[in-house]
Design a binder for this molecule. Sequence first.
Ligand SMILES: [Zn+2]
Length: 435
Amino acid sequence: MVKPSASASVTIDGQRLWRTLVELSRYGAGAEGTGITRLSLSEAEVEARESIVRLMKEAGLTVWVDAAGNLIGRLEAFEGGGNGADEAPHLEAYAAKRDGAVVTGSHIDTVVQAGMFDGALGVLAGIEALRTIREHAIPHARPLEVVCFTDEEGVRFGAGYFGSRAMAGGWNGEWLELRDAEGITLRAAMERAGLDPSRCAGAARTRESVHAYVELHIEQGRVLEELGAPVGTATAIYGHRWLEASLKGHADHAGTTPMALRRDAAMAAAESMLAIERIALAEGGVAAVGAMRLGPGAINVIPGESVFTVDLRHERQESLDAMAVAVQDAIVRTADSRGVSAEIRVIDGAQPVPTSPRIHALIADSCAEIGLQANPLICGAGHDAVVMSELAEIGLILVRSKDGLSHHPMEWSSPEDCEAGANVLLHTLLKLANE
Ligand SMILES: [Zn+2]
């Protein structure tokens, strides 16, 4: 084993990282003010993927495309002398290898009219970190990999994380028949991009081949900006529970019906919503009622029907369950007290994903080494890291987003913040690679 302390003063090239971000942002760029539209496996994204392959090669990495179209750049373990990247990996031997790789990565596909940082920063900071390690010939006992995952956003075909799911062994062959807005199947899109869709399941990796996964991503929220901090680390990624409540009262004339005789489904919904807010605050989670419909929906008619959605999120499974139970109880009780009936159904859910406390501590150490605070926070958005947690322990480094904006042309993280995040990534990868 080698000691990481010898490399503590090494830093990434911030200007080079910024240049690659600006270059990548040209792929899929629309007219002024419309941002970047680089849907997965579109012509623009395929060209961007080719530029990533060129950049990985330029960085001295061994590059291959796995069966699900994930682009992978690898730096072999290097314990001093010679050059870690000169030998192509022997994939079978490598799959069986016990010394798993330390993996970083993210995605370069975008939503419609997106910004230039979501996903892209993680891929490019990963390449920059590995390039720095190679250029400075920093010893690392484990191999290092940077992955550009296929279709994280799920915008084009309606289901995301294709690449990371395939890598984690969760590929579903039915996905190939999903169609985009123009009727093109995922199968056809993969073929057009020069990929063989029949092989996707072959992208699955063994747990032994991945020692740890660390992703750098923009925060896409306002917490770091509020704290005045360039970088944070996620302790967990929120789980969610989506409910739909249908309340039925009685539609009546809004003038002739005395207040005491009303069975107003909208008022019952309103009282329920305030209870939902109190429950979220009490449990330390978050809640939103994002959509609501009233029937019959006329200014002079008491609503006999209301249907509303509830989005509940929490970082702990027990608390998420408790929130969901309390919310359902509150809706039923409130409705009952107003002579209104309530039906509630669960329409979607996902478990919270904790990050590894061990990797979290290494990220905090790396922050301290470059004079930054680690700022633990809960991540509110899903990333490839969520899926990779099925394969290895994960860590998540977050970079401050201006005004919390994301999935928007005005998405912005400053060159200084991107550089700081990439340096935290560099030192975290090195610590993990020397375990
Ligand atoms: Zn993303």
